[in-house]
Ligand binder design. Structure first.
Ligand code: B4P
Length: 337
């Protein structure tokens, strides 16, 4: 029996506590360090406990692969396939428009309480673009959280170089304090002359494409209306992402990799050309996923934190992103594309 986004969000605190106490959900305490650079207040999360997280191999996957192949490649079963661990299972959602089913699970390796995964019930590849139903279900969860007085945002690590570690299609939703992730504050500060037109934050040293969602979208918007705006925004950004990638003659062959951030107000797409950044100071490899491009990097030791601050967050994000097309032109202000 499908649940509703409101019921999923309402039950999170109680279920999270139960999952943690059962030992099925592993919680890793962390501290946040603010790091101001280029007008952005980045949040670097230091989580030494993650050094003891079981080391799972990063699989490489392609759009054509099926679940069986994914399992063989990983050498282990798909953790997002049934039977679900009862304490990690929160409920199911059904997209009636597209007849797609989803399961909502707790992130087993939780750094932020209530971090959840929106997983397609049938196996779809993590290299596939988001579909209308993916976006609508994620947005409805964000809306439900907002109605309950909380702020969540969703992210999607798409492709081999995006920081994804699981090949089964999943979006992730994470609660955020204050008024949104650091990059969202920058996006919000842009004045758009033409609504519904993608824009870029030219002050960031890597290609990024953003679409502002209309402010009238809310709990009363039906799925058809949400789908219209979310899909037209996403498709426009995907075109720009592919075009940014085509400007890079050294971009690796294979399906494109990119990160997606979805907030109540914006969709962000950031093309990726590397998963890892090698820190010059320590030669340690830092994995960067969508959260890095939200302005929230994750480090696992004090030395890594120090090395990241020395290297500069924007240098790291430039290193794992794709050069901005804008770099080839004259530098200018943030603006429309
Ligand atoms: P992916 O898209 O494949 O990869 P990821 O978020 O980059 O996490 P990764 O697995 O690479 O972990 P990492 O050490 O970098 O997402 C897969 C998701 O499924 C992850 O959330 C994973 O934990 C979860 N998962 C794996 N096996 C599972 C299972 N059996 N059941 C349920 N869930 C399962 O990072 C460790 C954690 O920190 C990740 O959750 C990551 O999302 C999170 N994180 C990274 N940066 C962060 C930041 N700045 N702030 C807060 N959290 C952060």
């Amino acid at each position: 029996m499908p649940a509703t986004p409101n019921a999923i969000i309402k039950d999170l605190p109680e279920r999270f506590q139960k999952a943690k106490e059962s030992g099925d959900l592993l919680f890793f305490p962390s501290t946040i360090h603010k790091h101001v650079e280029g007008g952005v207040e980045y949040e670097i999360r230091l989580c030494p406990a993650l050094q003891h997280k079981p080391n799972l191999p990063t699989p490489h996957f392609d759009a054509a692969q099926d679940q069986k192949k994914a399992e063989i490649q990983q050498g282990k079963p798909d953790p997002f396939a049934p039977p679900y661990v009862p304490n990690l299972y929160i409920g199911e959602l059904k997209d009636v428009e597209e007849d797609t089913d989803y399961v909502v699970l707790f992130n087993k390796f939780s750094v932020v309480p209530h971090h959840i995964l929106l997983v397609t019930k049938e196996f779809h590849s993590q290299t596939a673009p988001l579909m209308s139903s993916d976006l609508v279900q994620a947005y409805q969860l964000i809306l439900a959280a907002r109605a309950a007085g909380q702020r969540f945002f969703a992210f999607y690590n798409c492709g081999n170089l995006s920081g994804a570690s699981q090949p089964h299609k999943h979006l992730q939703l994470i609660p955020i304090e204050g008024d949104g992730p650091p990059i969202e504050k920058l996006a919000r500060s842009v004045n758009l002359e033409v609504p519904n037109k993608p824009f870029t934050l030219n002050s960031l040293p890597y290609a990024n494409h953003i679409y502002r969602l209309p402010s009238h979208l809310g709990p009363n918007s039906d799925a058809e209306e949400l789908s219209h705006y979310l899909m037209s925004g996403f498709m426009g950004l995907l075109d720009l992402t592919i075009s940014s990638i085509r400007h890079d003659p050294t971009y690796p062959t294979g399906p494109p990799s990119y990160n997606v951030l979805l907030t109540l107000e914006h969709i962000h797409l950031i093309p990726r050309r590397e998963e890892w950044y090698v820190l010059k100071e320590t030669q340690e490899k830092l994995s960067v996923n969508s959260l890095g491009y939200a302005g929230m990097l994750l480090v696992k030791s004090d030395s890594e934190l120090e090395a990241v601050c020395k290297e500069g967050v924007s240098n790291i994000l430039r290193g794992t992103g794709v050069g901005s097309v804008h770099d080839l032109q004259v530098q200018g202000n943030d603006g429309e594309q």
